[in-house]
Design a protein around this ligand. Structure first.
Ligand code: ADP
Ligand code: MG
Length: 314
C-alpha cells in the first residue's frame, strides 16, 4: 500500500465526508476496506451506492478482498504470532498458543477460570517474544467488574517482573452496557495508535447482551448487534495484528432459552466468528479442563491446566 494514500484520496470522498469518516473511526484505508456499506452510510451520511464505491476503491488501494492463491495466504500467515497461556498443555491444544489476528473464545460456567486466563494473558503479552509474549500492551474491556490489579501483581511476581511496569501496559475500561461496550472498540482503536496493543480482552463478551435482550422476540436483534460487535473486534485484531480473547458464560444446568449448557450463547453468530472456542470446566481442586470445540485447522481435544496463586500453569 502506498504510504501517501489517505482517506481523502478515495473517489467520492470530499473533505466533509473524510472528516465524518475519521470521526467515526474510519481513518485509514484498511478500516474502510473491511467495513460494510451500511456502516459507512451511517458514519458519513452518504448513499449506499457511494459507500459501495468507496469500499471498493479502498479495497483496491489497501490490496484486500480479491482472490489470492493459497501460497500467498500461507505467506501472510507467517506474520501470525502465538501468545503463550502459561500452561503448556493448553498451548499445545491451541496449536502453540493464542493466535494473533483471530478471536479465541473461552466459555464455561462461573468459576471455570475464564477471568484467570484473561489476567494471565495480560501478563504474558507484555513479555518479550523469547519468553512467549508479544512485547505489547493490552486493552481490557471489563463488563463484570472482575478485573483485579492485585491478581496481575501476583502473576507478574511469579515471573519476577516489575508489577507496576506490567500494570502500566494494561488499559482497562468498564463497559456499562452493550452499547457502551461497542463504543469502547472505537476508543480502543485510538489507544492502539499510541501504544502497541497486542491483546484485546473482552470479559465478558456476552453478559450485557444476554441481560439486555431477553425473550425470544429480541433474539434476532441481539444476534445482529453481537455480529456487528464481533466484526469490529475482528477488524481491530486484523489492523493491529493483535490477539483477542473473549469470555462467555454458560450455566451449569440446561436453560430453557439458551439451551445446552455446553453450547455458548451467541449462537451461530459467535460460533462462526470465533476462530478458536474453548469450553472450560472445573475438575478436582484447582484443576480445570479445557476442550477445544471448533478450530479451522486443529483437532478437537482436551487439556488439563491449573489455576494457582502464580496464575495459569500445567
Ligand atoms: P470465571 O470463569 O467465572 O471467570 P475465574 O476465572 O474468576 O472464573 O476463576 C475463579 C477461580 O480462580 C477461583 O474459584 C479460584 O479457584 C481461582 N483463583 C482466583 N484467584 C486465585 C488466587 N489468588 N490463587 C489461587 N486461585 C485463584
Ligand atoms: Mg469471570
Amino acid at each position: 500500500m502506498d504510504e501517501e494514500t489517505t482517506v481523502e484520496d478515495l473517489p467520492g470522498v470530499g473533505p466533509a465526508t473524510a472528516e465524518k469518516l475519521k470521526e467515526a473511526g474510519f481513518d485509514d484505508l484498511m478500516s474502510i476496506a473491511v467495513s460494510s456499506p451500511s456502516a459507512l452510510v451511517e458514519a458519513a451520511e452518504i448513499g449506499e451506492a457511494t459507500a459501495v464505491k468507496i469500499i471498493a476503491a479502498a479495497k483496491k488501494l489497501a490490496n484486500v478482498g480479491g482472490f489470492v492463491t493459497g501460497d500467498v495466504i500461507m505467506e501472510n500467515r507467517r506474520h501470525i504470532s502465538k501468545l503463550l497461556t502459561g500452561s503448556k498443555a493448553l498451548d499445545e491444544l491451541l496449536g502453540g498458543g493464542i493466535e494473533t489476528c483471530a478471536i479465541t473464545e473461552f466459555f464455561g460456567e462461573f468459576g471455570s477460570g475464564k477471568t484467570q486466563i484473561t489476567h494471565q494473558l495480560c501478563v504474558n503479552v507484555c513479555r518479550p517474544e523469547e519468553d512467549g509474549g508479544l512485547n505489547g500492551h493490552t486493552i481490557f474491556i471489563d463488563t463484570e467488574n472482575t478485573f483485579r490489579p492485585e491478581r496481575i501483581v501476583q502473576m507478574a511476581m511469579a515471573y519476577e517482573l516489575d508489577a507496576t511496569s506490567v500494570l502500566q501496559t494494561i488499559h482497562v475500561a468498564r463497559a456499562f452496557n452493550s452499547h457502551h461496550q461497542m463504543l469502547l472498540i472505537d476508543k480502543a482503536k485510538e489507544i492502539a495508535k499510541e501504544f502497541p496493543i497486542k491483546l484485546l480482552i473482552m470479559d465478558s463478551l456476552t453478559a450485557h447482551f444476554r441481560a439486555e435482550y431477553i425473550g425470544r422476540g429480541s433474539l434476532a436483534d441481539r444476534q445482529q448487534k453481537l455480529n456487528k460487535h464481533l466484526h469490529a473486534i475482528l477488524q481491530f485484531a486484523d489492523i493491529n495484528k493483535s490477539a483477542v480473547a473473549v469470555t462467555n458464560q454458560v450455566s451449569a444446568k440446561p436453560d430453557a432459552f439458551f439451551g445446552d449448557p455446553t453450547r455458548a450463547i451467541g449462537g451461530h453468530v459467535l460460533g462462526h466468528t470465533s476462530t478458536f472456542r474453548l469450553y472450560l470446566r472445573k475438575s478436582k481442586g484447582n484443576r480445570r479442563i479445557a476442550r477445544l470445540i471448533d478450530s479451522p485447522n486443529l483437532p478437537e481435544g482436551e487439556a488439563v491446566f491449573t489455576v494457582s496463586e502464580d496464575g495459569v500453569r500445567d
